[in-house]
Design a protein. Structure first.
Lengths: 503, 840
């Protein structure tokens, strides 16, 4: 405690300009860790609560500061970047150019694996980016250790494979095959056959909830808990067959892209979509989410890419304008049918699964530079993996926690009744009405009745009438308050009446 | 009249200090009474002088009584009988210019009763004045005061023999001062005044009548409250601080006295004679502490050894088995220890060993030539089961041990090994290469000959049989190849270098491979996708040795790069049997897959050892080419395989794309319809009121009045609400979005219905919830602080009542310095405690 105090006193001192700069930098990071602003405590009447909350806030501030410092000083790696000088454009930079600049270890991440026989490949990475699963359309499943580039297991299932997905770690993976989907262990043994889902088109695993979500050929969305095998939800989307499915990593909401150009978002506890968005005039070809869950990118068959702000459900910017512009480009050989693109976690690597195997290209800055071994550890030992598994299971979230805004969990239940208009809104409406009343053109009346005085009087009347329809807010609020107080007093027994709050 | 100008406020002062009296003379008795009433109860012992002095301060409190108009006269109500007022009435607004109104003089005080006597005087004068003015009898003007229910009329003018009413009532009695006053300044005055003072002291003990009880108690309470408040307000800051502290600490170390024996011993003082003697011996003895400790340790060690030995011998003694004892004795005799001890014995021992060796070499005792061993070997049980295998191996081992020459430097471990090998190899003496090759050849031939198919059990199943057959075929092939190789080896002789082996091994077999491979692969590829279900049972066996699908006709084949060509021989070689080598040889980066090769080599026919070198030499060239192929792989990044793919995709033209994009142009309309539907579902539109025939009218002839006003109004209200509902939706302004506002009942349990206790506003509560406090989200330095309980207490600590301590009210409550609430220890201890908290 004393040490901490000394620190504080040090911080209070006037710092040299360099450190002040660092301070500014730290402040920005601190803000991130504060997760929003504290409540306005001035409004509180309860002094005890006020001081308690104030001390809490102080602790939060301290925590954020410590976290910011840790991020600043202790996180070793910084994100990659691509810098060009002068008129050069970043998207003109080719992979070969990058290969010259980067270190050997990174340049090893540029390669093509040519597997021409088993058709377009689907890819999936584990959360740590250590392992990759490749599923060829024609039944070739391969599990690769990306660190050593060793093939761990390779099997030929002799069926169409439509999608592959890792479960919570590299020990298990699921494959959507011709008729059913299957779960395999790391060594290629088939563990389960998931018959209930029917012929599955896309598979995704929700790792916080341990749910295996899939959409099948007839547009049914299934959620299955992989810990105890129950089908948590099966939902008929009613939008027809879809091949586009993605999970929002922030809240676990599953988004489907449909042929009508709509994107629908789903959770297992409701049969109706949470959100439906009309994103494209034609079919949606693919979807992607930002890791923080606020942004969604969609692309349509009409060759348009759109980015959506999911807090407002508005389009941020179309393609190649403003903040979002082309960053890099990579041309594949003509005729390669690209099946899947996926960034490798914690690496500046993009995996491309295509009809002739898969390729890996470098995209500087695409990966998170520092991994958190509590979240995902690429250098995990067996023991750590086992422990992690147990922890993951203990921290498993129930399916009902999937909602659009999970930060609302623990907050007050939203009132069922429709909320009344806020005062500001009413004021605004009132203003509009008054303006409308003022703008009314009066008829020209006969001589004598058309005096200016009379006209102004008439106008005033109109305005008054317009105002009258909106009741005075203050009065009603005060009346309500008094009534509440009275009610409380009336309800109380006689002996307690004197303690009723007086207004 | 001007002389009557009075200053009642200063009258008492004037009386006490200077004897120039301008105002009415107040008798001392009155002053005393006033003083008594003013001063508090417990001030009895005060001097009268003081009283008067104190009166001075309260001079402003004295006023004249202002008599109101009698109630009968004021006629406010008719409570009193009407009587004629026959006085001359002054007009209401009459104002005597010379007489100062009494109001002017009032200090604004209200204790009228006190000034009663004074008042009487005034009244007298006033009545007299009125009398003289009007000629009416004074009785007419005499006001009736409430305090004097009896009305005295003075029949005579005041004089020596006609005492005033005050005197009669015993109020305005003359006192010593009155008499003394004129004497002031005369020679004996001081003396007399002193005497009088002394006299008064005697008569001082006047006990005043106690105040009424409620009044007294009120005064008491007032006094007490003041004191208590003062006492309590000292604690306010302390209590406030405790209340506001996020954590209260009671975790002080409790000193339980001495904790170690040493601490107790250090305090020891010899008291008795014996103790003193001991102390002197201990202190004076030349034996140092270290030596003593050493001795002690040694003794302890010996003792424990002795004890153990005893224990052991006891245990052994207990064993009754004769065999054990016999063996034990024998052991003791034969032990090398004994041999070492005695050279004679050693010699003897050596002799015995030698004899044993000779015997062993002579007999076939340990060579598995026994009936049992023969049987085991002949039935192959020694391979199948671990037990016999181990037993046979043990025998062999024993044989080896016994037949080994003792103590000879000549045959080292290597020769031993060769011996062993000989044994395992069923006794072959030479190991020249030619011999080896011949042996290998022989074995291969043998392996070729015996391919029997078991006709019972699992292996007899048709598909298993098929698989077996296939395997055998492969094995045979390999064996044949091996044979050829041997032949070549034999021809070329022992000096044939490895170089030829490396190259030739592959070149020779390439041709046969190319003939074989396509056939098989075609068969496989037929099965792959068409009837996967029927083929599933095969999968279990065949999974491991799927042949690469590699038709000569396939376009991929034609466009193989140099790398592939380089590898072609290897890949096409059916002997190489690599599992899953789907196309891994196509790219150099798959070279790391050699692990699977090893498994493959194991699968080769067991008895033949020949394939191993082949596998090895296969590895050789691969290693050589690995550098090459990697560079080639890099070339492929830029797409050397341009026309490689089987399927050629036609990139649709721009126009076509746009056509496709706007094929379903009514998509937007559809979405709008959808939205309307959803909105109707979630915020149902109110139904329009309709007239139902037969309802609301008496006859059908009667003219219908239309929908009732009430219904219309209701509908209007509903409609308004509906509109409101639509407006407040989140997606009200977003044309392209439908946000469901259905309440998820399952998720409702994740929210609170009521605000938890101290909170009164939702916003504040939700803001306070925004920060997670768990260890996953916070630096470990803060987690403890964030999750500290309200009270930190060690078990067993007695919580004492709060002790008073000075608290600076301006200090902020700081969790950084955990305050100690039980300060009874010196500061050293507290600092230690804090250290502990820190490390926590």
């Amino acid at each position: 405690m004393e040490v901490a105090l000394e620190d504080n006193s040090l911080m209070d001192k006037v710092l040299p300009p360099d450190e002040q700069e660092i301070d500014v930098e730290l402040e920005a990071k601190e803000k991130k860790y504060l997760r929003g602003e504290g409540a306005n405590l001035e409004t509180l009447k309860d002094k005890k609560l006020k001081t308690q909350l104030a001390s809490r806030e102080k602790l939060y501030g301290k925590s954020a500061k410590a976290a910011a410092k840790i991020e600043k000083w202790l996180l070793p790696a910084s994100a990659g970047y691509l810098e060009t000088d002068g008129l050069e454009k970043t998207w003109r930079v080719k992979q070969t150019d990058i290969a010259k600049e980067v270190d050997i270890l990174s340049s090893r991440n540029q390669y093509d694996i040519v597997l021409p026989d088993f058709g377009p490949y689907k890819l999936d990475f584990t959360a740590s980016g250590r392992h990759m699963l490749a599923g060829g359309r024609k039944g070739h499943l391969a599990l690769v250790d990306m660190m050593s580039m060793n093939l761990i297991k390779e099997i030929q299932v002799r069926e169409t494979v439509r999608d592959v997905a890792f479960l919570h770690n590299d020990q298990f993976f699921a494959a959507a095959q011709k008729k059913y989907s299957y779960i395999y262990a790391r060594d290629g043994t088939e563990l389960h056959c998931l018959k209930e889902r029917g012929p599955v088109a896309r598979l995704r695993f929700l790792k916080n909830h341990f749910l295996l979500a899939s959409v099948n050929k007839i547009g049914q969305l299934h959620y299955q808990d992989v810990t105890y095998g129950d089908m948590v939800a099966s939902i008929r989307t009613g939008k027809g067959r879809t091949d586009v499915m993605e999970v929002n990593p922030y809240n676990g909401v599953v988004a489907l892209g449909h042929s009508g150009g709509t994107v629908t978002m789903w959770k297992p506890t409701s049969q109706a979509p949470l959100v439906q968005m009309q994103c494209h005039p034609g079919p949606v070809s693919s979807l992607a989410f930002h890791p923080n869950g606020h942004l969604m990118a969609t692309s349509g068959k009409e060759r348009k890419l759109k980015i959506w702000d999911l807090r407002k459900f508005e389009e941020v910017l179309g393609d190649s304008s403003g903040d979002y512009s082309r960053y890099m480009s990579h041309s594949m050989v003509k005729g390669y049918q690209i099946e899947k693109v996926m960034f490798r976690p914690y690496e500046d690597v993009l995996g491309i699964g295509h009809s002739m195997g898969w390729s890996s290209v470098l995209i500087p800055g695409s990966g998170e530079p520092n991994f958190d071994s509590w979240v995902a550890n690429p250098f995990e030992t067996t023991k750590q993996r086992r422990e992690k598994e147990v922890h993951l299971l203990l921290d498993k979230l129930p399916p009902e926690t999937i909602m659009l805004d999970p930060s609302k969990i623990g907050a007050m239940r939203p009132s069922r009744r429709k909320e009344r208009l806020t005062r500001g809104e009413i004021e605004a409406e009132k203003e509009v009405a008054v303006e409308a009343a003022k703008g009314v053109e009066l008829k020209k009346k006969t001589k004598g009745r058309n005096k200016p005085s009379k006209r102004t009087k008439k106008k005033k009347e109109l305005v008054e009438n317009a105002k009258r329809t909106f009741p005075e807010q203050e009065n009603s609020a005060a009346g309500k308050k008094r009534r509440i107080g009275e009610d409380a007093a009336a309800e109380l027994p006689a002996c307690l009446k004197r303690f009723a709050r007086k207004n | 009249m001007g002389g009557l100008k009075r200053k009642s406020s200063s009258s008492a002062k004037a009386l006490a200090k200077s004897k120039k009296k301008k105002g009415p003379h107040l008798p001392n008795s009155i002053l005393k009474v006033i003083a008594n009433q003013k001063r508090p109860l417990n001030s009895d012992e005060e001097d009268d002088d003081d009283v008067i002095g104190s009166d001075d301060e309260h001079g402003g409190d004295l006023y004249e009584y202002e008599e109101g108009v009698p109630e009968e006269e004021s006629r406010k109500n008719n409570r009193y009988d009407r009587h004629d007022n026959y006085d001359y009435e002054l007009p209401e607004d009459f104002e005597d210019e010379n007489v100062e109104s009494e109001d002017d003089d009032d200090g604004g005080n209200s204790d009228n009763d006190e000034a009663e006597g004074d008042d009487d005087d005034d009244d007298d004068r006033h009545t007299r004045m009125l009398q003289s003015l009007t000629g009416m009898p004074s009785a007419a003007f005499e006001g009736e005061s409430k305090s004097k229910p009896v009305l005295f009329t003075e029949a005579y003018p005041e004089g020596e023999f006609n005492p005033t009413r005050d005197v009669l009532e015993g109020k305005n009695v003359l006192t010593e001062e009155d008499f003394l006053a004129p004497l002031e300044g005369t020679p004996g005055y001081q003396k007399t005044s002193k005497q009088i003072a002394r006299m008064r002291k005697d008569t001082k003990h006047v006990v005043h009548a106690p105040l009424p009880k409620p009044q007294r108690e009120r005064l008491e309470r007032k006094a007490v409250i003041g004191l208590v408040d003062e006492e309590f307000s000292k604690w306010v800051h302390l209590v406030k601080k405790n209340r506001e502290a996020p954590t209260v600490y009671f975790n002080q170390d409790v000193d339980l006295g001495y904790s170690t024996v040493g601490a107790i011993a250090s305090e020891f003082q010899p008291r008795t004679e014996f103790e003193k003697k001991m102390a002197s011996v201990l202190n004076d003895s030349e034996v140092s502490m270290e030596d003593h400790i050493k001795d002690h340790n040694h003794i302890a060690k010996m003792r424990s050894l002795l004890f153990r030995h005893e224990f052991k011998s006891k245990r052994i003694k207990k064993i009754k088995s004769k065999t054990y004892h016999r063996l034990k004795n024998k052991d003791l005799k034969n032990s090398s220890l004994g041999a070492l001890m005695d050279p004679e014995m050693a010699k003897e021992e050596a002799m015995r060993q030698e004899a044993k060796r000779v015997e062993e070499r002579m007999t076939l005792k340990h060579r598995n030539t026994g009936k049992w061993a023969k049987r085991m070997i002949s039935r192959g049980l020694n391979v199948k089961y671990d037990g016999p295998k181990a037993a046979i191996a043990e025998q062999l081992q024993m044989n080896a041990n016994l037949s080994r020459k003792m103590n000879s430097m000549r045959d080292g471990s290597s020769s031993d090994e060769s011996d062993d090998e000989e044994e395992f190899n069923d006794g072959s003496d030479e190991d020249t290469p030619s011999r080896l090759i011949a042996k290998a050849k022989e074995k291969t031939l043998k392996a070729l000959e015996d391919d029997e198919v078991p006709n019972a059990g699992l292996m007899s199943l048709p598909f298993m049989a098929r698989a077996m057959k296939k395997k055998n075929e492969e094995a045979n092939e390999e064996a044949k190849r091996a044979l050829e190789e041997y032949e070549e080896w034999e021809n070329s002789g022992g000096e044939n270098s490895k170089k030829t082996v490396n190259v030739s091994g592959r070149r020779v077999f390439g041709a046969t491979a190319k003939v074989e491979a396509p056939k098989e692969s075609r068969k496989d590829s037929d099965n792959f996708y068409d009837d996967s279900d029927s083929d599933n049972d095969m999968a279990g066996i065949e999974d491991n040795n799927i042949e690469p699908v590699r038709d000569n006709a396939s376009p991929a084949r034609n466009t193989i790069t140099e790398a592939e060509k380089f590898d072609d021989d290897v890949a096409g070689n059916p002997a190489s049997k690599t599992t899953f080598d789907v196309a891994m040889f196509a790219s150099g980066s798959w070279k790391k897959m050699t692990g699977s090769k090893n498994t493959e080599s194991k699968k080769a026919p067991k008895k033949t050892r020949a394939p191993i070198p082949q596998a090895q030499d296969k590895k050789g060239p691969r290693d050589e080419e690995s550098g090459d192929s990697e560079s080639e792989a890099e070339q492929m990044v830029d797409g050397v395989l341009t026309s490689a793919s089987k399927e050629t995709f036609e990139v649709p033209s721009q126009a076509e794309l746009i056509n496709r994009a706007f094929a379903g142009d009514d998509v937007l309309d559809e979405f709008e319809k959808d939205k309307e539907e959803v909105l109707n579902q979630e915020v149902p539109k109110p139904e329009k009121p309709v007239l139902v025939p037969g309802w609301g009218d008496w006859t059908n002839i009667q003219k219908k009045r239309g929908i009732s006003k009430q219904m219309v109004q209701k509908h209007e209200a509903e409609k308004k609400e509906w509109e409101q509902g639509l407006k407040t939706r989140k997606d009200a302004r977003l044309k392209h979005v439908i946000i469901s506002e259905k309440v998820d009942k399952k998720a409702e349990k994740l929210h609170t219905t009521t605000l938890p206790f101290p909170f009164t506003s939702k916003e504040v509560f939700e803001h306070s919830m925004r920060m997670p406090i768990g260890p996953e989200f916070n630096p470990s330095t803060i987690v403890g602080e964030l999750n500290r309980p309200e009270v930190v207490k060690k078990t067993g600590v007695i919580i004492k009542p709060v002790k008073f301590e000075e608290v600076n009210p301006n200090d902020e409550v700081d969790d950084e310095h955990p305050r100690n609430h039980q300060k009874q220890r010196p500061k050293k201890k507290t600092s230690r405690r804090q250290g502990k908290v820190k490390s926590k």
